[in-house]
Design a protein. Structure first.
Length: 162
């Protein structure tokens, strides 16, 4: 079985990945929790620095990720043209800018999703981004390929978002 589809990267698609990836890290979760604590402290003591600290801790990461996503989509040549993905028994083949590279399934370390996209990680900070809108009616086939070729322990896909 083979599944082929193309993805045109946009700021919102990259931002979705960056949010999902960043908020799974303990430091991001702790910073957000500390921001909430500061907001509660402001409610109790009405000190402006609690409010400022809380807002900064809660709002900084999403805004910086949005800015980073915007800049990457605009500056990186790889994102300017659609990228074609071919999933087959050998792995995931990426076709972009006249070049082609196949990543074997053994190199795929984790798969997860958000409401907008599926992500197949090939390293600690790198992943293929498969937006649902770009996959269209091939979403089920893509999920079947992921579930067939990856270790079930590394597939953390929630199916409620189909």
């Amino acid at each position: 079985m083979e599944v082929e589809f193309s993805v045109q990267m946009t700021t919102s698609k990259l931002y979705d990945f960056n949010l999902q990836h960043s908020y799974k890290k303990p430091v991001s979760i702790m910073a957000t929790a500390l921001g909430v604590v500061f907001i509660f402290l402001f409610a109790n003591y009405l000190k402006w620095y609690y409010l400022a600290g809380g807002i900064l801790l809660i709002v900084y990461l999403p805004i910086s990720l949005l800015r980073s996503s915007f800049m990457k989509v605009k500056m990186i040549d790889f994102f300017r043209e659609p990228v074609t993905y071919l999933l087959n028994d050998e792995g995931i083949t990426v076709k972009a800018q006249g070049e082609e590279q196949t990543i074997p399934w053994e190199n795929c370390t984790k798969a997860c999703n958000t409401r907008q996209s599926y992500f197949v990680y090939t390293g600690k900070n790198s992943a293929f981004i498969f937006p649902k809108k770009d996959m269209g009616d091939k979403t089920g086939d893509v999920l079947m390929m992921i579930n067939t070729h990856m270790d079930p322990k590394s597939v953390k896909i929630k199916f409620g978002g189909l």
